[in-house]
Design a protein around this ligand. Sequence first.
Ligand SMILES: [Zn+2]
Length: 182
Amino acid sequence: MLFADRDVGALKVEAGARALTALNPHCEIEPRPIRLDAETGEALLAGVDLVLDGSDNFATRHRVNRLCVAARRPLIAGAVGRFDGQIGLFAPHQGGDDAACYHCFAGEAAGEDDVCAREGVIGALTGVIGAMMALEAIKWIAGAGASLRGHLLVFDGLNAQWRRLRVLADPLCPVCAAPLQE
Ligand SMILES: [Zn+2]
């Protein structure tokens, strides 16, 4: 939804920043065209209140989750397939019954990373999931309503159905569970 035909070949972060600035010139947007790894990830998270992950491969998703758990930052993860999508909000550092992290839900699942490139995604679907992520982000920052934390919202675009699933923390999760006592 952020991109137009003229953006073909442009860096996503830069084309996205242009589109968002056109939408609201009062927002301060800082595009960072760098590859995410352990080092850059830590620097990127410094001073950040909330992370939204819309990356297109599992390795990056798991890396973002590990970084967020370690830095105690809440994470909103959104994903789209061909005709379906999902959103989750994870903040294991806050404890309680909704303390799952992304890994508790996804496990080691690697899945197919090239589905988007091979089969494509309906553009409208990225708008649906992206807008839901934005809504959850605004709610989280404003402390409004009931957040999605501890749940997963799954959208079946072909059948126009939403499902809301509970995500439980995995006591043996290698990312967010406390190390077992010897
Ligand atoms: Zn976990």
